[in-house]
Design a protein around this ligand. Structure first.
Ligand code: HEC
Length: 160
């Protein structure tokens, strides 16, 4: 059954998150503009697997789409590589190795396009924030580029 798998996944995620060592030198950035005043209690509507945002169904081909992955790499080089390595090692944010295994495609695409809300609502994002000490700024990706980056992440995780 899927539920137990989900918990396994969450346990794995927690393990990985804690490997994101606390060596960051930067301080927390601007507090979010609209702080929820309910002390972070997740609303019952929040989907912790897919995250919050416009992406509720992302369909992936089992095979890699090289074109998308190439465009995604270009986005990575310009907008993401300053904070994310492609290995499992933390830079400012967590390394991307295995990210497509620990997060659903919808979660990733929502996180990169709706970063503030996810950081406010998502327990996994908040756990990363505690360790990384920096709020990932919204990178203003188009939907298309969010998809391209996701494909590049899949490539980085060995999808062929
Ligand atoms: C200024 C630094 C910075 C930049 C630039 C940045 N990120 Fe992040 N990212 C972070 C931090 C820090 C976290 C961990 C969550 C937090 O503390 O906000 C994170 C987390 C993530 C995660 C979740 C990782 C996981 O293991 O679950 C994804 C996915 C992600 N970023 C994608 C991107 C993409 C895509 C870009 C470029 C378009 C990008 N990031 C640019 C700092 C950054």
């Amino acid at each position: 059954m899927h539920v137990s798998k989900k918990y396994l996944l969450i346990a794995t995620i927690l393990g990985l998150v804690y490997s994101c060592s606390n060596s960051g030198s930067e301080k927390k950035e601007q507090p979010s503009a609209s702080t929820g005043n309910e002390s972070g209690a997740p609303s019952s509507a929040y989907d912790s697997v897919k995250g919050a945002g416009k992406f509720t169904h992302v369909t992936l081909n089992p095979a890699l789409d090289q074109k998308l992955a190439e465009k995604g790499k270009a986005v990575y080089d310009i907008k993401c590589s300053g904070c994310h390595k492609l290995t499992g090692e933390k830079l400012v944010g967590p390394g991307w190795k295995g990210v497509t295994e620990r997060r659903k495609p919808e979660w990733i695409m929502n996180f990169v396009t709706n970063t503030e809300e996810m950081l406010n609502k998502d327990a996994k994002a908040q756990a990363m924030l505690e360790i990384c000490m920096v709020k990932m700024p919204n990178q203003n990706l188009s939907d298309e580029d969010a998809r391209n980056v996701l494909e590049f992440m899949r490539k980085n995780d060995g999808v062929k």
